[in-house]
Design a protein around this ligand. Structure first.
Ligand code: BES
Ligand code: ZN
Length: 634
């Protein structure tokens, strides 16, 4: 028998030519959805702040796909699996055997459960690790109120497996329910049916009746209060942050209405925002019914609410129509960036939408200059050994959105809008690939105007590197004025104080800062700082650009503010450029390391890992032989 198997092993590849795996296959999950799929998860977890662990069990209801299958393979990372049980119908639980493989550094440990029959439900008792990559446990001192601890999850892309054993792939959708127990003075919320009027008693029940992929599983626990924005929208935040958040995000209901008028009804019931502590590693996360939002966009003038438009837009692009694997991430982020821009246009006007587009296009150009050509296509090749978080580039977001703006222009807004609305309907609650998108485009949009785009153009957008030469950049009159002002200052025609900046929005300041040269002489930095008070700014978009410039320019006056910023904020987009600027010079590297060691306990595990990677690389390069131990004398 074994001989036969070995023979077949050698012969088969010759008989059947090696086939590339189907596009929907997710190389970042151990699971085998063609054999069995999760239909429903039922969680029962205790939140233990003193041990920094979630513990309890999950009941997994299964849909068997292959009648021969008897094995359930799940993704886990750093989970302690205590017991696995299985049952069907009203029979009792029986103990199932399982094996947990050694951990892969990127994908975690494969959990294989062998069943006697195709059981309906599997129960796994487990506990999480204090360093779970998808959870951050905050001391009270790291919260706005300072009195209570805080916990939040961040599951995208493949971190759900660090707090729930599951099929951690966006190609599998399931419903869930949960019972979460914690201290009675704390409130728990999830990406589910949060009840604004829920009694605060430490025992909370949730239901998510629409099927979602694993990366949208989310939980947060802390001293959370609720305030409404409208009938169906509101804000959860620590009491100290609630009022300013409600004021900043007051346009949320109008944003929902605009998106519904463009793309059809909002299908998730309530839409609330959860404002997290500043260590939240992202700007926002589109957890269904409850977007997770960084507090760093609360700047007082609603200039950064594009973030809310973005996370809301995911309720159509991403949460409703989902990329089947992270190779097709542009289906989530490119569509969402496009829809975000349409919402911004409707609420804040064409000028702001154009400015956002122009910033995004320039950002793309800068990032493409650093990115290997193989990662520049919208339709990405499979990269089995790579962390999917690395697909998180401007390509998915900015090139994706630019492509859709291109289609809109070629087909005309009316036809394009009708198509996009239909696309969301046709694929609602499904996980799809770029090939499904192409098929939909061919069937439902291209026949509307057969000559609007050519096959070669389509191919170049989806599979080519860089931005097609025929793509038209967005012009912004407001930015033309900023560029003119910048030119006058650079040419010495006007001093910084003489520039007409009084009415500038965040977007115009960003354009100005991005237009400055790589470095400036210290006296020019002093002049800008005196005129515009950049150092210590409350606007993180300005800080994110001013601080790296000040580091490159040797402008030491900003150092105290930089250290303060890095210790207070953990949002990666804001702080990584600053660490990178510091890491670029051996003299600043020591400062970066020192600040990082102090800031580190307040960082999220993924922020910690990203900063460590930047500094360790720079230290290895700078130190070289210097740090190597001296050869010992014989
Ligand atoms: N879904 C993303 C965040 C994300 C992507 C987390 C990939 C983990 C892996 C979210 O919708 C997002 O795009 N956030 C942006 C906001 C922005 C582009 C307006 C962010 O956090 O900066
Ligand atoms: Zn997004």
């Amino acid at each position: 028998m074994r001989v036969l198997a070995a023979l077949l092993f050698f012969i088969l590849p010759c008989v059947a030519p090696a086939q590339s795996p189907p596009r929907q296959q997710d190389e970042h999950s151990w699971s085998q959805p063609d054999k069995v799929r999760i239909r429903h998860l039922s969680l029962d977890l205790k939140v233990d702040f003193s041990r920094r662990e979630l513990r309890g069990y999950v009941d997994i209801a299964l849909d068997w796909q292959d009648e021969k299958a008897r094995e359930l393979i799940l993704d886990t990372r750093d989970l302690q699996i205590e017991k696995v049980l299985a049952k069907s119908g009203s029979s009792g639980w029986y103990r199932a055997t399982h094996t947990l493989d050694p951990a892969d550094p990127i994908f975690g440990s494969k959990l294989s459960i062998t069943l006697r029959r195709q059981h309906e439900v599997v129960r796994i008792r487990y506990r999480t690790s204090p360093s779970a990559s998808g959870l951050q446990w905050l001391e009270p001192s790291m919260t706005a109120g300072g009195k209570h601890p805080f916990l939040f999850s961040q599951s995208q892309a493949i971190h759900a497996r660090s707090w729930v054993p599951l099929q951690d792939t966006p190609g599998v959708r399931f419903t869930y329910s949960a019972r979460i127990r914690t201290a009675p003075q704390l409130m728990a919320v999830m990406s589910a049916d949060n009840d604004p009027a829920a009694m605060r008693n430490g025992n909370y029940l949730f239901r998510m009746p629409q099927p979602i992929p694993s990366y949208l599983m989310a939980i947060a626990v802390g001293d959370l209060a609720f305030a409404p924005i409208s009938e169906r929208a509101g804000v959860w935040a620590e009491p100290a942050t609630l009022e300013s958040a409600v004021a900043e995000f007051a346009d949320t209901e109008r944003m929902i209405e605009v998106t519904e008028s463009l793309y059809g009804p909002y299908r998730w019931g309530r839409y609330d925002l959860l404002i997290l502590p500043p260590s939240f590693p992202f700007g926002g996360m589109e957890n269904p019914r409850l977007s997770f939002i960084t507090p760093t966009v609360i700047v007082g003038d609603r200039s950064l609410t594009g973030l809310i438009a973005h996370e809301l837009a995911h309720s159509w692009s991403g949460n409703l129509v989902t990329n089947a694997s992270w190779k097709d991430m542009w289906l989530n982020e490119g569509f969402t960036s496009y829809v975000e821009n349409r919402i911004v246009e409707a609420i804040y006007g064409t000028e702001r939408a154009e400015m956002d587009q122009a910033l995004s296009q320039r950002q793309l150009r800068d990032e493409l200059a650093e990115l290997e050509p193989g990662m520049q296509a919208l339709k990405l090749p499979p990269t089995p050994g790579r962390d999917p978080d690395e697909a998180l580039t401007a390509v998915a977001y900015d090139k994706g959105a630019w492509f859709l703006h291109f289609l809109e222009r070629r087909f005309g807004r009316e036809r394009f809008d009708a198509w996009l609305r239909g696309y969301f309907d046709r694929h609602a609650f499904r996980s799809i690939t770029t090939d499904d998108f192409i098929a939909d485009l061919r069937e439902h949009l291209m026949p509307e105007r057969p000559k609007a785009i050519s096959e070669a153009e389509l191919d170049e957008w989806l599979n080519g590197a860089g931005v097609p030469a025929f793509a038209e950049p967005t012009e912004s009159a407001r930015f033309a004025a900023v560029d003119a002002a910048l030119g006058q200052w650079e040419d010495g025609v006007r001093g910084a104080g003489g520039l007409r900046t009084a009415q500038w929005s965040t977007q115009e300041w960003v354009r100005f800062l991005e237009g400055l040269p790589e470095t400036l002489p210290p006296e020019r930095m002093t002049e800008l700082d005196a005129a515009f008070r950049f150092t210590g700014t409350a606007n993180p978009e300005i800080a994110q650009r001013w601080y790296p410039l000040s580091i490159r320019s040797g402008y030491f006056e900003a150092r105290v503010a930089i250290a303060d910023f890095l210790k207070r904020i953990g949002r990666r987009k804001l702080i990584l450029p600053i660490y990178s600027a510091l890491a670029a010079s051996p003299e600043d590297l020591g400062f970066a390391r020192k600040v990082f060691e102090e800031a580190r306990p307040g960082y999220h595990p993924i922020t910690m890992a990203s900063v460590e990677a930047i500094l360790a690389k720079a230290e290895a390069e700078a130190g070289g032989a210097g740090i190597q131990p001296e050869p010992q004398p014989q």
